[in-house]
Design a protein. Structure first.
Length: 217
């Protein structure tokens, strides 16, 4: 039996929508009324060695990633962290138990990059750290800088990553979460997993979790 063109179009559209819905995970808007006063957050900022294995609530993950590198001035498309020439060179990858996601800041959404649990590539099985439910991996695409020598672009990219890193640390300090900025990770395998090119520089990562309950679980 010949299927009408209109039905084929509808079925194709439905398949596309279904595929997009399973590979993209939109966030709710960030909660801008939470957290400690900024000076209290500075007081509590610390790098920890022990992480709690509980999954982060989806709103908490939304707020964390927006604070790290979200768009805070939509009319201008500008971010919570500055960059040289406003190049917005940092690419943020989110490693969760169910997969690796790429953060699209303008839409505040995670796009599935690679299914499966690849967090061990970031934690490298380190005791305490491997319990973290979330790892944020910071990559600088230095090709986004409109000018400058290779060395200067690398310097600018490292500065960008450092600022995003501090955003993550201060957010965690102000919201009863914990984190630790690290350069150590399995860089070779992560580069292969993310299909990074020479101009995409793998710089830092953050394990993030809720603070462990006092006295242990």
């Amino acid at each position: 039996m010949k299927i009408p063109i209109s039905v084929l179009v509808f079925l194709s559209f439905s398949l596309v929508v279904r595929a997009e819905s399973t590979s993209s995970r939109p966030f709710n808007p960030p909660n801008l009324d939470r957290g400690l006063a900024v000076m209290q957050a500075f007081l509590r900022r610390a790098s920890v060695k022990e992480f709690d294995s509980r999954k982060l609530d989806w709103q908490d993950l939304s707020d964390l990633i927006w604070a790290a590198y979200g768009v805070n001035r939509p009319a201008e498309g500008k971010r919570t962290a500055p960059s040289a020439y406003n190049a917005q060179d940092i690419e943020l990858y989110v490693f969760l138990e169910e997969g690796v996601y790429f953060y699209e800041a303008r839409e505040h959404v995670l796009h599935l990059f690679e299914p499966g649990d690849h967090r061990d590539l970031v934690s490298r099985g380190k005791k305490g750290l491997k319990e973290a439910p979330v790892f944020l991996v910071l990559v600088s695409d230095v090709s986004k800088f409109p000018q400058g020598t290779a060395a200067k672009k690398l310097e600018w990219g490292a500065i960008s990553a450092g600022i995003v890193s501090q955003n993550i640390s201060l957010f965690c300090a102000g919201t009863n979460m914990v984190t630790r900025p690290r350069a150590g990770m399995n860089a070779k395998l992560i580069r292969e997993l993310l299909f990074l090119q020479d101009h995409q520089i793998l710089l830092l990562n953050h394990g993030v979790s809720y603070a462990k309950p006092a006295g242990g679980e």
